[in-house]
Design a protein around this ligand. Sequence first.
Ligand code: PMP
Ligand code: GLN
Length: 381
Amino acid sequence: VRSRLPAVGTTIFTVMSALANECAAVNLGQGFPDFDCDPRLLDAVEAALRAGHNQYPPMPGVPALRQALARKTEALYGRRYDPEHEITVTAGATQAIFSAILAVVQPGDEVIVLEPCYDSYVPNIELAGGVAVRVPLRADFGPDLDAIAAAIGPRTRAMLINSPHNPSGRVWQRADMLRLQELLAPTEVILISDEVYEHMVFDGQLHQSAARFAGLAARALVVSSFGKTFHVTGWKVGSVLAPAPLMAEFRKVHQFNVFTVNTPMQHALAAYLADPAPYLQLPDFYAAKRDRFRAGLARTRFELLPCEGTYFQCVRYAHLAVPERDLPETEFCRWLTREIGVAAIPLSAFYGDGREQRLIRFCFAKREATLEAALLRLARL
Ligand code: PMP
Ligand code: GLN
């Protein structure tokens, strides 16, 4: 078969989860919680199903959910998006990002991605006929705005950013966003802002949504995911915010991509969003897990990287007492899964050149018992 993506295999998340299952390892690889969502959200689903919300919703999404998103965005980020023309419900962030790219990128257009980056971005750009221009993040995974400035040229059509950042957990500062806003001001570059971890920012920092900045919001598609926020990654419901002319283009693609998204889940999410407590409490919930997990890791020979947000903790394994510390990242992760019984994700999977830094990512969106079991096994290294 003539491949459209000859260099692409099965995603590392699928590969590592399959290996973790096969080896009965503790799965700290693929990012998903091993605990259930709030029972009230399940009650809301059942109520929606029983109320007969079982047919196609309107193409952009259930109105009550779009209205709830408009209220939440205005309360949190100070910008009013019109639910009728500026908010669309998507089949998770993955579809939102792909449809956004298909809507704005034409063959030959350049799209800037900041590496390391989520593994769907570059294949999405290539499927749209675009050219990914990879700009490295700084060594501390913050944005290198001089390098971004140097990468912007006459063919640059769009740019993808992601804060809080998967895999590093780095969080962009207000000054970073202001500088980006200034850089993009003289251009027509469209910003696709992947904010799926918006409610996992720790230690009193604020999530610097593109929606907060008038000059960025005017050119941005802002992507969120209910899967992350409400512990329901399997529901695959997300959303996009954008100014009306940009959203009109997004919806042209969306309507022929999925057309609409699961109706009862949208009604349930709309009802559940009436109470802001679940997402306002999320930073404390995950910061507590992060702190306990880091305290455990600090007793091992893994070197901890900072974690300002997301539910990911990166570590360097270069100083372990075992000879496997010299393995490349993917092989190290396979060994860790098979022999030690803990699955992780190699950071090399987030780079186009697959670079080796002896860095791996653990997901700590897990029950205490799961994290304890993993730490017990890692302590042997
Ligand atoms: N972007 C990033 C940075 C992610 O980590 C993920 C999923 N883990 C997604 C997008 C996709 O989100 P969803 O599951 O809602 O499709
Ligand atoms: N985004 C999640 C992660 O980074 C997993 C999503 C997926 O499996 N594609 O682990």
